[in-house]
Design a protein around this ligand. Structure first.
Ligand code: SF4
Length: 430
């Protein structure tokens, strides 16, 4: 029997690193400290697995699958490599090397999720922080368009709701503000819960921006009041409620906004994320305020960091001209699909997550899929390569949502190649 005391959970980007895992006879028998999502990831890791490489749906050897995948990629004029958020950093680095060798395009799932954050981050001078600093210092925590109770269940108890160094009473020392289109469990713990109309995040942020002093005249005046009234009406909330929330934000000694795909993937995401940046910038002028995208996949942050380190760009890198090129709207997966003639998918399920029309385009081209599990993308693949489960059957490096690197452990012996091993073989074979 082996007990791993400080295992890291490879499910969401909280990457909880206090998980206790008991292994007996190469089986995970007990998991402590993880949430239900994490427990399931560890205990059910043998369910729904891919066991044998497939070519055209027929079982084949790894050597055959490697040869076929290499032939498809060598024969493609414009191959796409996509995904990479559910794998480790060394696999991500190899995927980039492969894309460079193929003169192809390499993109990670961030191009569909928090892409605007990276574009706007360059335009605003905001300070960044860590989840541990949030735990120790944040007396005002805002959740905008996200519900960690479902997406990151331990986020609250470990960081945003927890007892911290300067907040020894935890929740009673903090003021929680939620802005969402539906009521949620957070309603019970939030001091202010603003239920807003869908797509109204920009209006809420603009109104708060005005109220906290974002206007040239210091936030006052008739014009600002009129504008706040109109924005409140558009959002479906009262001016009084907005005003109370604005006071809470202004009075924070250390505030943080966590925002999710409810904002970043909404219809008017561009306006909403820009308005949120402006609000946090205005608050930063008078107090300490930071903002965090609530990242989903366990190593999407690692993908962005690896892309930045290797190419200077966070996602959507086109190597076709010989140099790395990044043009959001032109070099990201959804934009290039029409011109691509093959795709290699690693640790992602784009057939399930892409818009329907884009998924159809992807399904039409020869697809090579590296994945531990059966997914809709695997169903559409020409070549399927089962790989080891990162953080359970192989060790790797991943980055937490606040950019903290963590070592994922190998807990059990597997019988499948790791993503990085197979990508290295593929790189050598093409
Ligand atoms: S919060 Fe996320 S990382 Fe932590 S145990 Fe749950 S699923 Fe795993």
């Amino acid at each position: 029997m082996v007990v791993f005391e400080m295992a890291v959970c490879p499910f969401c980007a909280c990457l909880c690193d206090d998980i206790v895992v008991r292994v007996e006879g190469n089986e995970i028998k007990e998991v402590r400290n993880a949430c239900t999502l994490g427990v399931r990831k560890f205990l059910a890791f043998r369910e729904n697995r891919l066991e044998t490489p497939l070519i055209g749906g027929e079982e084949r050897s790894y050597d055959d699958a490697l040869r076929e995948a290499a032939e498809i990629l060598k024969g493609a004029e414009r191959p796409l490599i996509y995904g990479l958020s559910n794998t480790g950093c060394s696999a991500q680095k190899l995927a980039l090397r492969l894309a460079r060798r193929l003169n192809g395009i390499c993109d990670n799932t961030e191009s569909l999720c928090h892409n605007l954050f990276h574009t706007l981050q360059r335009e605003f001078n905001l300070f960044s922080t860590t989840l541990d600093a949030v735990k120790d210092n944040a007396d005002v925590v805002v959740f905008l368009g996200c519900n960690p109770v479902h997406s990151h269940p331990r986020h609250l108890s470990k960081f945003s709701y927890a007892e911290g160094r300067f907040l020894p009473k935890g929740i009673t020392d903090r003021e929680i503000v939620c802005v969402d289109v539906v009521t949620s469990e957070l309603d019970k713990i939030a001091k202010w819960f603003l239920r807003v109309r869908p797509g109204a995040d920009a209006a809420v942020c603009e109104a708060l921006w005005t109220m906290v002093g974002g206007t040239a005249g210091g936030g006052g005046g008739e014009a600002a009041a009129r504008s706040v009234k109109a924005l409140a009406e558009a959002a479906g909330v009262s001016v009084e409620d907005l005003s109370r929330v604005a006071e809470t934000l202004k009075n924070a000694s250390f505030g943080v906004v966590f925002f999710g795909l409810g904002v970043a993937a909404s219809e008017n995401a561009k306006d909403s994320v820009a308005a949120l940046f402006s609000l946090v910038e205005a608050l930063s002028g008078t107090t300490n305020f930071a903002m965090f995208p609530m990242k989903g996949h366990f190593n999407v942050v690692g993908a962005v960091i690896t892309f930045l380190r290797e190419t200077g760009f966070p996602f959507g890198v086109d190597f076709s001209g010989g140099n790395a090129r990044f043009e959001p709207g032109k070099t990201t997966a959804l934009d290039v699909l029409e011109g691509c003639d093959a795709a290699l998918i690693v640790g992602a399920d784009p057939i399930a997550s892409f818009p329907k029309e884009k998924a159809k385009l992807l399904a039409k081209m020869p697809l090579i899929v590296l994945d531990p599990f059966r997914t809709p993308t695997v169903e559409a693949a020409a070549v399927t390569i089962p790989t080891a489960l990162t953080g359970v059957e192989t060790e790797e490096t991943a980055y937490r949502m606040d950019c903290l690197p963590l070592k994922l452990k190998k807990l059990v012996e597997g019988n499948k190649p790791t993503d990085r091993d197979f990508l290295l073989q593929l790189h050598n074979a093409v």
